[in-house]
Design a protein around this ligand. Structure first.
Ligand SMILES: [Zn+2]
Length: 452
């Protein structure tokens, strides 16, 4: 029997998302307990036992569990409850009203990622209601703090309540939004993400009068060298397995790309030239691929000086460094110090703002096979590819703890993908009701099949 689009969930999934958007969980401050309580009430009415765990006052995550027979490994449906800020003056609707208009649900979190929270809630509810015989537990966790690094959400849960949330398999955000190709849709499944090293560097000097610059050691000039060296660092190209699989799979759907990608894979030392060549044909794709081939360092903030005629003794800058899975964060820090040794390490101070390694999950798993077979039943001609994201998600905590994690939020683009991604942390974030129904149907079928 071919899988079904669950038309009858339309009203419920729309209401769930609208209600979640109305609970303002902008992080900071978060206040996710608002949404966690709503979810706990919803699940309790459906006969689930739930628990809200607060890492700090009002910073709640909610968990529930649907028991299986223990014949199969458990699966966690993960999502985050917090959202980034939204300025109502920039929006055409109130970002915290959950406006339903022209087939869309609007609001902060509509796409990232209250839609997925709503979908996962409905999936676990339907599994229970339909009395699906589960061979493993299905756990649901909707967590606090992802948008600020997740330490007070997923990180806290794994450190303090591991037995309640850890599962061998995790489905989370980060992938699933199909993109069009010459031969139909391609669904990216997020199997890897880059790691982060956010570094504050302070340059020291000696102060003096701006009219006599040669008498002093100018901290701004020292920082200028640091920015120049790090900002222009020609990092070595390294293809992680996910990227190679992505390029190979994408090539299958477009002969022109296949030629370029085959050369790219075969010639890592010429990656920059080949990506430049691709940029002439498809700039957006080229700039999506480029940061996936190497570590990047972006200077993002700089401060120094207090007055027009004073040469300052301090200048500080922040660097957003993203490393590939397999590139150790501490070794990267050693490399940065090595690069800066001629600037005078004794006059530089380093401070970590955030640091964690990248992570990667194999695609040689039964869950990945189930995902691909279910997607192909819904979309017979689609492509499916693992993907590495340059941004991070809570999956990193679980991958670190040994879980296989996939970013799998199945959606069909309802407008050009670049526009959609801009809305994600931008203005007029929205999702079609059609996509909510579609996502629920596919995820339900996937979980049901994987667990039974
Ligand atoms: Zn998110």
């Amino acid at each position: 029997m071919s899988p079904q689009i669950l038309r009858n969930v339309e009203q419920e999934i729309t209401d769930l998302l609208r209600d979640l958007i109305r609970l303002n969980t902008t992080n900071p401050p978060g206040k996710e307990t608002l949404a966690a309580t709503y979810i706990a009430n919803y699940l309790t009415k459906e006969g689930f036992k739930t628990e809200i765990i607060e890492s700090a006052p009002e910073r709640g995550s909610v968990i529930t569990r649907l028991k299986g027979t223990g014949q199969k490994p458990n699966l966690l449906l993960l999502s985050h409850l917090d959202v980034v800020a939204a300025n109502p003056n920039e929006w055409t609707v109130d970002p915290f009203d959950g406006t339903v208009k022209d087939g869309y649900v609007y609001g902060r979190g509509a796409y990232d990622m209250k839609c997925m929270t709503a979908i996962e809630l409905l999936v676990i509810k339907l599994l229970k209601k339909n009395e699906v015989e589960l061979k493993g537990d299905v756990v649901l966790a909707a967590t606090a703090d992802e948008e600020q690094g997740g330490e007070k959400g997923a990180g806290y849960l794994l450190r303090n309540h591991r037995e309640k949330v850890w599962c061998p398999y995790v489905i989370n955000e980060g992938g699933g939004l199909a993109f069009p190709s010459k031969k139909g849709y391609v669904f990216p499944i997020q199997t890897a993400e880059k790691g982060i090293l956010w570094l504050r560097i302070k340059a020291k000097g000696t102060p003096g009068h701006g009219s006599k610059p040669h008498m002093v050691d100018n901290a701004v000039m020292r920082m200028n060298k640091v920015v120049d060296i790090l900002g222009n660092y020609p990092a070595e190209t390294m293809y992680v397995p996910t990227l190679k699989q992505f390029l190979a799979e994408m090539g299958k759907h477009d002969p022109e790309l296949n030629e370029i990608f085959s050369r790219l894979i075969a010639n890592p030392t010429k990656s920059e030239q080949i990506i430049d060549e691709l940029a002439k044909k498809d700039n957006a794709l080229a700039e999506e691929i480029r940061p996936r081939t190497k570590m990047t360092i972006a200077p993002t903030m700089i401060h120094g000086g207090i007055k027009e005629n004073i040469i300052p003794s301090d200048c500080e800058a922040v660097f957003d460094c993203r490393i590939l899975p397999g590139q150790d964060v501490n070794k990267t820090f050693d490399l940065i110090k090595e690069l800066l040794k001629d600037v005078g390490l004794e006059k530089l101070r380093f401070e970590f703002i955030q640091k964690h390694d990248g992570s990667e999950s194999s695609i040689e798993t039964p869950l990945y096979s189930t995902i691909t077979s279910v997607l192909r039943e819904f979309e017979p001609n689609c492509g499916i590819t693992p993907t590495l994201t340059t941004g991070g998600t809570d999956s990193r905590f679980f991958r670190e703890a040994g879980s296989i994690c996939y970013g799998y939020q199945p959606m069909i683009p309802d407008e050009p993908n670049d526009l959609l991604e801009k809305r994600m942390h931008g203005i007029d974030e929205r999702i079609t009701i059609e996509n909510l129904v579609y996502g629920t149907s596919i995820l339900y079928e996937t979980v049901k099949r994987f667990m039974s």
